[in-house]
Structure formats: structure tokens, C-alpha cells
Design a protein around this ligand. Structure first.
Ligand SMILES: Cc1cc2nc3c(=O)[nH]c(=O)nc-3n(C[C@H](O)[C@H](O)[C@H](O)COP(=O)(O)OP(=O)(O)OC[C@H]3O[C@@H](n4cnc5c(N)ncnc54)[C@H](O)[C@@H]3O)c2cc1C
Length: 509
């Protein structure tokens, strides 16, 4: 039997971050006469346009496309991100970091944090792991350098991601995709034609009567889910009972100069506020729960807490935390906001686009795909979203604030999967290391400890280490972290040397 090869057409619906990331990746990996890739977008409808903070996994995507990192940062007014500072989540005035990279130095069979926990339970005065990781210390000092892979942890043990202007990123990827033969079609889709036999989508019908066909359709149409929901009725599983924030107001402000090399997530009375520094401006937003706070009050809080003058009126966005019940139905695969939404507390949405694309390429069907392929694909997508959901819920649950919203979050029931993780940690200090999970114990330990969750008992090997030896280990780590951080250039200087946006469009505050 010979493998059948016939030319196939993939039609991407939507030209936001999801659409152009998908187009760039397909242009890179599905080139040649066997494939026709098209993208339809409507300038009149526009994009969500927020989504400016990322996580380190984006390196893999950029590398797969062969992008030059400095060129990419310069083209998107980008800055570097060492982690996220969570201000006021444990209590007003408190702050801890979820930094990228290693924490301390592992010893023997145990991760460093076990020794830290043993010392903490013995009375060590510290309320987060911050001074044991380079990403946190360098971040607080406003310093940045790329890690040196030759250095063992903790020296060199940091990682980083990016902040960027989402619309410039989409434009950057559009040039990349169009240079690789992706055809862009501008206009509003008003309907779809279906195959009478299979029920699959045969073509998108445009407002002006054009008909754009495809064998496989990738729904990147945003929250509306034009194909996956409106046409294919995949259904939506709401997680609002766990994540009740359902509104955001986004506003750019003048330069937060010099730009911090980390995102800030600041707890507010009924939600939280983000601050994302770019080269030419700062992205700000207030995520809040509309059942407890009106839009006017939310806007007033946001505008009173900007690092510089507002450059526009706050833009409202509505959402429901949750996931599409199936992200692959018939010949439609949803990627991006059309597949579900988690608030940007851990900057996971762009990563979900990336992993959706990776899943698509790995599972690319030879024709319309079988039910078995769809089921496996949908199960993987669901598991991934659920892991991220649990991590985000943890931030809300482990809070120490007094407002009614935060009291409710503390008392809310948790998904079983999260409850089990917390129970294990409480009982033993251990963290489940799920295969292939995005957030590893390095992330969980920082958030749990940073928000004041300590175990009742620690690992016996850490507990039995002589106190002097344990103290020496922690002191060594702190000293190396401090000296490595201090040796880094200032973030602004690193950008100016390596990847300034040209022309520099910095706005005076
Ligand atoms: C408040 C908020 C903050 C966020 N912050 C972050 C963050 O910090 N980090 C992060 O990773 N992610 C973040 N995100 C998520 C991020 O914005 C999205 O994941 C990303 O922008 C992808 O969006 P999208 O491409 O799926 O949809 P969209 O940007 O909405 O694009 C949809 C596309 O579909 C097209 N379209 C729709 N209907 C039609 C039609 N009828 N005809 C033709 N074209 C059509 C539109 O024109 C557009 O091109 C945030 C999201 C929100 C809401």
C-alpha cells in the first residue's frame, strides 16, 4: 500500500495572535506544493489586542520558526521577563515572585526547597523563596542578562520570557507567514457551507459573496468561536465557580521608565491588576468580578494605579473562564481564545496557542481524521487546560486578604485534582510532578510558599540534615544568587545594547 499524497488546503479563520502564530508555524512546516494555507481576517472586526506577557516556552516556538530573538524583541517593542511579582496576594503590603528558572541548588535526592522548608519550620525568618533564585533577585534590582548555560545552578540558573506589543507580534508573524506563501483574505465571514454527507465545513462564505474553501479549518476567531461553537456547537465548560472574575479593563500608559524585567500582578479588592512594561509604553489592566464590583469603580481603581498618564480610555473585555468541551469537531480545530480562556494571571494564553499548534502539527490527520484521533486530541487539550486552571485557582485560594471577594475565594471548594496537590504538600512538603505538565514543582513551590502555605512536616532527609549544614547551604545559595544578580547589566541597558526598537517611539510621561 502506498501513502496517498494529494494537495490539501488548510484555512485559518482569524488573524489575531492565534491566527498569525498558526499561519507562521504552518508556513514553516507545511511548505511546498502539497499544501495551500490561507488565513481570513476582518480589519473591521479587529482583534482582542491585549496579551502582552509570555512564559519561557515561547523560546521553543521562536526557535522552531528560526526567528532572531533580538530582531523579534525590537520589532515588538519587547522587554524581557524574569517572572511575575504577586503583590498583596498573601496580605496587603506583601510581595513575592514566581521567577523563571531554578530555585537554589538541589542536593542529593532532594530539591532545594525541602531544605528551605526544614529551615523555615525550624524558625528561619523568611516568607518566600525570593532570595534563593536569580530571577527574583535580579528582577527586583531591574537587571537582566541571558543565562549562561555553562554555569551550574544557582549561578546562571534563571530563565526568561518576553513582554511585547501583541498587535506588533501579530504583524511580525504576518510578514513571516506571507513570505512563506500564506494567502491572506480580508473580509467578514457571514456563513459557512457544509458538506452534505459528513457535515464538515466545505467553505467560508464572505460578506461580498466570495467563497473560501478548505479541507481543514482552524478556528482562530477569538471568544466568539465562529466555527467551533457557532457552527459545530462544541459546547463550553464554565469554570466560573472556581474563577469568578469575568471582566477586564485594559489601558496603556506612558513609559514606566526604566522598564521592569518582570510582570506585576497586584491584588485588588475584587480581582487584580496587571502591569506589563514595554519599550514604548506600559500595558495595564484590571481583572475583576462583576458580581462584586461595577465597571466605574474598577476603572477608577485602575486609573488611580498607573505608572504614568493613561494613553487611552480603559477598554472593557468580558470573558468566562472555561474551556471548549471539544477543540476538534469534524474538520474544525480551535486554537486561541476560541478554545477556552483562563485569565492572564500566569500569562498562559499565548502558550496555549503554541501548544495547540504543536498538537495540531503532531496530530495532523491524513484526511478529515478519525473519531479516535479527535478523542485523543480533545483529551490532551482538556488535560492541559485543567492543569493550568488548578495553578491559577491556587493563587486565589491561598490568599490572606480580608475583602469579601478574597474571603469567598479562601472558602470556595477546589477541584479534586488541586485539593490532592495541596493535601500532599501540607502533609509532607512534597509536590506531585505530573508528566509533561507546564508548571513544574519549581512553579508550585514558589506560589505555595510565597502565599504562606507551609507543610506540617518536611521530608525526613531534609529534617535530619544537621542545622549548621542546612544553614550553610541556604547561605551559600543566597550569596551566589546575590553576586550573580549584581553582575548583570540593568534591563534598560541590556535592551539598548541588544534590541532597541527603532525608531525609538518612547513617549514622555
Ligand atoms: C484581558 C485579557 C488579558 C490578556 N493578557 C494576556 C497575557 O498577558 N498573556 C497571554 O499570553 N495572553 C493574554 N491574553 C490572551 C490573548 O489576548 C489571546 O490569547 C490572544 O490575543 C489570542 O487571541 P485570538 O487570536 O484567539 O483572538 P482575537 O485576537 O480576538 O482574534 C480573532 C480574529 O478573528 C477574526 N474574526 C472574528 N470573526 C470574524 C468574522 N466573522 N469574519 C472574519 N474574521 C473574523 C478577527 O478579525 C480577528 O482577526 C489576554 C486576554 C484578555 C482578554
Amino acid at each position: 500500500m502506498t501513502a496517498m499524497r494529494e494537495a490539501r488546503t488548510i484555512t485559518i479563520i482569524g488573524g489575531g495572535t492565534a491566527g498569525w502564530m498558526t499561519a507562521a508555524a504552518l508556513g514553516r512546516f507545511l511548505s511546498g506544493p502539497d499544501w495551500t494555507i490561507r488565513l481570513i481576517e476582518s480589519d473591521a472586526i479587529g482583534t482582542v489586542g491585549v496579551g502582552e506577557a509570555t512564559i519561557p516556552q515561547l523560546h521553543l516556538f521562536n526557535r522552531a520558526l528560526g526567528l532572531d530573538e533580538n530582531a523579534f524583541v525590537a520589532a515588538t517593542q519587547g522587554t524581557f521577563k524574569l517572572g511575575i511579582a504577586f503583590d498583596g496576594w498573601r496580605a496587603p503590603g506583601h510581595s513575592y515572585m514566581h521567577g523563571f528558572g531554578t530555585v537554589g541548588r538541589d542536593l542529593g535526592m532532594l530539591s532545594f526547597y525541602h531544605y528551605w522548608l526544614a529551615a523555615r519550620l525550624d524558625g528561619m525568618a523568611a516568607d518566600s523563596l525570593d532570595d534563593c533564585l536569580i530571577a527574583a533577585v535580579a528582577g527586583r534590582q531591574g537587571r537582566f542578562a541571558r543565562p549562561d548555560p555553562a554555569r551550574p545552578a544557582p549561578a546562571g540558573g534563571h530563565n526568561y520570557a518576553f513582554h511585547f506589543d501583541a498587535s506588533l507580534y501579530a504583524a511580525f508573524l504576518r510578514s513571516y507567514a506571507e513570505a512563506r506563501g500564506i494567502n491572506r483574505h480580508e473580509g467578514r465571514i457571514t456563513g459557512f457551507e457544509r458538506d452534505a454527507e459528513t457535515g464538515d465545513i466545505a467553505a467560508a462564505v464572505m460578506e461580498d459573496g466570495r467563497r473560501i474553501s478548505g479541507d481543514l479549518f482552524i478556528d482562530c476567531s477569538g471568544f466568539i468561536g465562529l466555527l467551533i461553537e457557532r457552527e459545530m456547537q462544541a459546547g463550553y465548560e464554565s469554570w466560573q465557580h472556581w474563577l469568578p472574575c469575568d471582566r477586564a479593563l485594559a489601558v496603556p500608559s506612558a513609559d514606566d521608565n526604566p522598564p521592569l524585567p518582570y510582570t506585576r500582578a497586584m491584588a485588588r479588592a475584587a480581582g487584580w491588576q496587571w502591569r506589563i512594561p514595554l519599550q514604548h509604553r506600559t500595558g495595564n489592566g484590571h481583572v475583576f468580578c462583576s458580581a462584586l464590583m461595577g465597571e466605574d469603580e474598577a476603572a477608577a481603581i485602575l486609573l488611580a494605579n498607573l505608572p504614568g498618564r493613561a494613553l487611552a480610555d480603559p477598554r472593557p473585555l468580558r470573558f468566562t473562564a472555561g474551556r471548549r468541551r471539544s477543540v476538534w469537531v469534524g474538520n474544525v480545530i480551535a486554537i486561541g481564545l476560541s478554545s477556552g480562556f483562563l485569565e492572564p494571571l500566569e500569562s498562559t494564553s499565548i502558550h496555549l496557542i503554541q501548544s495547540g499548534i504543536e498538537r495540531l502539527l503532531k496530530a495532523l490527520p491524513s484526511d478529515r481524521g478519525s473519531d479516535a484521533e479527535r478523542a485523543a486530541f480533545n483529551a490532551q487539550a482538556a488535560a492541559e487546560m485543567e492543569q493550568l486552571r488548578d495553578f491559577i485557582i491556587l493563587h486565589y485560594w491561598a490568599n490572606g486578604r480580608d475583602e469579601p471577594f478574597w474571603q469567598d475565594r479562601r472558602e470556595a471548594s477546589l477541584p479534586d485534582s488541586l485539593q490532592q496537590r495541596i493535601d500532599l504538600f501540607r502533609a509532607s512538603g512534597r509536590l506531585a510532578d505530573g508528566q509533561g505538565e507546564l508548571f513544574t514543582p519549581l512553579a508550585w513551590q514558589q506560589v505555595m510558599i510565597g502565599q504562606g502555605l507551609l507543610p506540617d512536616a518536611v521530608h525526613p532527609l531534609a529534617a535530619s540534615m544537621p542545622k549548621a549544614q542546612r544553614d550553610e547551604l541556604i547561605a551559600m545559595v543566597r550569596q551566589v544568587v546575590a553576586s550573580q544578580s549584581a553582575a548583570m547589566p540593568l534591563h534598560r541597558a541590556f535592551i539598548d545594547t541588544n534590541c532597541p526598537s527603532t525608531p525609538r517611539e518612547r513617549l514622555a510621561s
